[in-house]
Design a protein around this ligand. Structure first.
Ligand code: SF4
Length: 969
């Protein structure tokens, strides 16, 4: 029994005495048990009766020794996993080796605590990482080069030598480039490029050949368009421990209990601090059950909820006026005659299109907001109406805020409730919580970019948070995507042939000071426009994958049926596409008059992840003379390849995790070679070099030495190997990661040897890679990372046209589609007007999909694809748990088992992500019914900051609006 004391912690001598008494009691008790149990054990050894308990005879090799042997090892190295687990990436593991084989892995758990007031990062890990060694030795592992011996997809393969494979591939590549141009070779990167070796090898190899490199972020639906247009950047996030400073956390549209397993503890620990967690999602998912409040919302209607909260904040004047004036475009003036932002070119004939205005309340005149600082020297009007003399005559203008206020009147809680299904009083309560919170944030999710109207959902969410005053403080502000990368990778630009071709052009065009400023983030706003325009669109550095699959791959047969499903479109979708093509707003490669001939799946998996991918097999695949898959295991795409090249796994090479490192866990990791490559697998750099060497040999043999790039420069196939190996020999792949690490300015100057010894290091600053810039904050020793403080504290401008958080976009298409402000539009009936909405999300078992077929992980679930269905719908359709159903719409059909679940709302079906096509009956997967209609708003260009750059502001694929019907099989 525990007796209470007034102050039990003050007298430590008493505490020790009590503890000693307790231990003595325990010892006596244990001794008692030992005496009591010794007698029956003796009996066990002596009895011979067949009815007596089993006779215990110690074995020569006792189970204790078996157990000890199991847990002994010859060697331990440090490692992590190249699985593209993104928001949860980077967990350091001990990797144990015995008799030349990995026997197990174990979390290290030695991450430092940032300061004593916040929880530490331990433990980091998940079940995928813990079973990685099983996966690397599994039967599914591809260990030798394979060449198909039957038809594509027939499943017949023969083992061949590396030399045979490389010769076959090199010959076809040389001929394709010679006959069809460099862009006819297409490479599709996969999640595996999170390891720098893979990333570097892919870009160096295909850059030299001037190939079409697909930009996969949009294909995945991770493009976060709403953040890109509002903040100007998508990457802005806090470190996991910064949640401890939040008093209110929204899990709005994500499921971090599945997708951020090593980070989720920060949320639950924050609750010890009094933090309230609100989960908003259609289903009562694994994260929602841990929340203080769960708000069920109808799929795809979150913008109605967010706009209603915004309406309440404005109508009850609960907003932070200073913050709106300083940080947002809500004071910028808009003409009432054409709904365009008032520009200097309206006021003066020689005026700039990029100079905008506010109304100075004190001076009662137009003012030009600074584009270099957010500091408020005036008091710009948030409300009012003003007549302005333009060279076209007098026009009436109003601040954006007035337009917003007017539009939001449509979103009273009662009206919004009818759309989103959240009760009016709940909307009011949520709004009160948000406004009265001292520090409110949300968890990062890529969910909403997988909705057709995901951009307006995200714009509306940001609006509600900004109106409530949440931005740029510890634990405070709406975050969108997590990126924090080591900037040593910038040096790769010096090795690119593409940038070499262009470097002088842009160097001379803008001069060295411009480029220095760019990387120092000075004059950042203007530099961004130029960077975007010139180095991405103009250089055609990477091609938009969604448009590739549509325009070359035949997906357009489905995705261009947008007008059938979206009643808001003003024109035929083809008109928008033609305008986008004519104005060259997006990067489409190969050019439309060139067929793709060679397809390299660099650990990608288009046939699994492209929505409507069944079309690719009938339209695109016949165009290919060669399909190569670089793989560890048999993916849906590899099954339809001509050659499969076996690539080594995470514990078979030394590299660093570099492409998807993130702010949530701000650590940079290495993984180290623990065992020899399995079978004949090779690391990515060796494969790239050997193929380059073979191309050199075969080019001479075929007498095709030169080739012309798309820019009409001449290069030699025979020079490729020497160029590549000038930075690292084919067996020197470690050198690549070493250089990258030691060239990085934001890793505290750690040496390669020290990094290998420790396994990780903490980021010390954002560094000079643009992918990290959106975080916009200093990283200080002993402090958590809170994004956007450069804007709130240093008053740095945002990378948008207005230099502010931009809610108003006066691009012609935005105005035409009535999306100039955050609004709500009902989701399209993608696939036909059917009663069920098929949604999804990452599964607990498969971040990312490479682990989806792992037998060990399949044993922990149902072992085959299933959809979650509500109890009510199951009853209505007379379904029992595990019954098989056909799921269909106007696009196609597939079969699945059902899992009846009380967590799903009626009218919703959930199929978690990542199943391979061959795991479904007849090879038809859930992707078969996903229409992914093209949304014109994602194709816009010709607007200062709305142009594609790597990974964002490009059309993406969507799937969460898919409508289907079901029938019992
Ligand atoms: S797979 Fe990713 S989340 Fe899981 S343990 Fe490895 S690095 Fe961590």
């Amino acid at each position: 029994m525990i007796e209470s004391t007034d102050n039990p912690a003050t007298d430590l001598s008493d505490f020790d005495k009590d503890r000693r008494n307790f231990c003595i009691s325990c010892a006596k008790y244990s001794l008692g048990i030992a005496v009591a149990t010794s007698f029956p054990l003796k009996l066990l050894a002596e009895t011979t009766s067949p009815f007596a308990p089993y006779k215990y005879t110690p074995l020569k090799s006792s189970f204790e020794n078996d157990y000890r042997n199991k847990w002994s090892w010859d060697d331990v190295t440090l490692g992590t996993h190249n699985l593209n687990c993104w928001f949860q990436q980077n967990c350091l593991f001990y990797v144990y080796k015995k008799d030349g084989k990995i026997t197990r892995e174990e979390q290290v758990g030695n991450y430092p605590q940032t300061n004593e007031k916040v929880p530490d990062f331990n433990p980091r890990g998940c079940q995928k990482g813990c079973s990685y060694s099983d996966f690397m030795y599994s039967e599914a592992r591809i260990t030798h080069p394979l060449k198909r011996s039957g038809e594509r997809g027939e499943g017949k393969w023969e083992k061949i030598s590396w030399d045979e494979a490389l010769t076959g591939i090199a010959d076809k590549m040389i001929k394709a480039i010679d006959e069809n141009g460099t862009k006819s070779v297409v490479v599709d990167p996969g999640g595996n490029i999170v390891n720098y070796l893979s990333f570097y090898s892919l870009f160096r190899f295909f850059d030299f050949l001037d190939s079409t490199i697909l930009d996969i972020n949009c294909e995945l639906g991770d493009d976060q368009q709403g953040a890109a247009v509002t903040y100007g950047e998508i990457s802005n996030d806090r470190s996991g421990d910064d949640y401890f400073y939040s008093d209110l956390i929204f899990i709005w549209g994500g499921n971090p209990a599945y997708t951020q397993i090593p980070n989720f503890h920060f949320l639950t620990e924050a609750r010890y601090n009094g933090t309230k967690i609100v989960a908003i999602s259609p289903d009562l998912n694994a994260s929602a059950i841990k929340a203080d409040y769960y708000i069920p919302v109808k799929p795809g209607t979150d913008s109605a909820l967010a706009n209603s909260m915004a309406h309440l904040i404005i109508s009850e004047k609960l907003y932070n006026e200073h913050l709106l004036k300083e940080q947002t475009d809500l004071t910028f003036l808009v003409r009432t005659d054409n709904n365009k932002l008032l520009k200097q070119s309206d006021v003066r004939k020689d005026g700039s299109e990029l100079v905008l205005y506010r109304w100075d309340k004190k001076e009662k005149k137009l003012e030009i907001p600074s584009q270099s600082s957010l500091k408020l020297d005036t008091d710009p009007a948030l409300e009012g109406e003003f007549n302005i003399k333009t060279y076209q005559g007098i026009v009436t203008v109003k601040p954006v805020f007035e337009f917003l206020k007017e539009q939001l009147k449509e979103f009273t809680p009662e009206k919004a409730s009818k759309i989103c299904g959240v009760a009016p009083d709940t909307i009011r309560k949520l709004t009160t919580m948000l406004v009265s919170s001292k520090a409110a944030t949300n968890t990062c999710t890529s969910n909403f970019s997988k909705f057709y109207h995901g951009d307006i959902i995200m714009r509306s969410q940001i609006l509600a948070f900004i109106l409530a005053g949440h931005l740029g403080k510890k634990g405070d502000g709406f975050v969108t995507c997590s990126f924090l990368v080591a900037d040593g990778g910038n040096k790769i630009l010096n090795e690119f042939e593409l940038t070499k071709d262009l470097r002088y052009k842009y160097l001379f065009k803008y001069g060295t000071p411009f480029w220095l400023n760019f990387f120092e983030r000075k004059d950042w706003n203007q530099a961004t426009y130029k960077y975007v325009l010139d180095t991405f669109v103009d250089s055609r550095f990477m091609a938009n994958s969604t448009l590739f699959w549509n325009l070359h791959g035949g997906i357009s047969d489905i995705s261009e049926r947008t007008n059938e499903w979206d009643p808001h479109l003003k024109r035929d979708i083809k008109e928008y596409i033609n305008e986008m093509k004519a104005k060259e707003w997006q990067v489409i490669d190969p050019p439309l008059n060139t067929d793709p001939k060679v397809y390299f799946s660099w650990a990608g998996n288009a046939l699994r992840r492209v929505r409507g991918s069944q079309k690719l097999l009938t339209t695109l695949w016949p165009k290919f003379d060669l399909v190569v898959a670089l793989e560890m295991r048999m993916s849906s795409t590899a099954t339809h390849a001509d050659y499969i090249l076996p690539v080594s796994g995470a514990y078979e090479k030394t590299t660093v995790m570099a492409a998807n490192t993130n702010t949530l866990s701000p650590f940079f990791h290495t993984t180290q070679k623990a065992v020899e490559n399995i079978g004949e697998s090779k690391d990515e750099w060796e494969i790239a070099c050997l193929l380059a060497k073979k191309i050199k040999e075969r080019a001479k043999h075929l007498k095709i030495v030169n080739f012309k790039t798309a820019r009409n420069n001449t290069r030699k196939f025979t020079e490729m190997y020497n160029k590549l190996t000038s930075s690292a020999g084919e067996k020197e792949s470690e050198l690549i990661s070493k250089k990258m690490t030691e060239d990085s300015s934001n890793l505290g100057g750690i040496s390669w040897d020290k990094l290998k010894e420790k396994g990780y290091t903490r980021f010390t600053e954002l560094g000079k890679n643009p992918a990290s810039f959106g975080n916009a904050c200093d990283i200080k020793k002993g402090e958590t990372i809170s994004p956007h403080t450069w804007h709130t504290e240093k008053k740095e401008v945002w990378t948008t046209l207005t230099g502010r958080i931009q809610f108003y976009i006066d691009h012609d298409w935005y105005l035409e589609l009535n999306e100039q402000l955050p609004i709500h539009k009902n989701p399209p009936t993608a696939g036909g007007d059917y009663p069920f909405t098929l949604t999804g999300g990452h599964a607990r078992w498969s971040i990312h999909s490479i682990m989806r077929t792992d037998p060990g992980l399949l044993r922990l679930q149902r072992g085959e694809p299933f959809v979650l269905i509500s109890v009510k719908d199951a009853e209505k359709h007379l379904l029992n748990d595990d019954d098989e159903i056909k799921i269909f719409n106007d696009v196609d059909y597939f079969f699945s088992r059902v899992k009846i679940s009380a967590t799903v709302q009626p009218g919703q079906l959930i199929m978690y992500h990542g199943w391979e096509s061959y795991q479904f009956k007849g090879g038809k997967s859930a992707r078969n019914v996903m229409a992914s209609p093209l949304n014109p708003i994602e194709m816009v260009g010709d607007y200062p900051y709305l142009k594609p750059v790597m990974a964002v502001r490009q059309p993406g694929q969507s799937d969460r609006d898919t409508r289907v019907e079901i029938e019992k099989v």
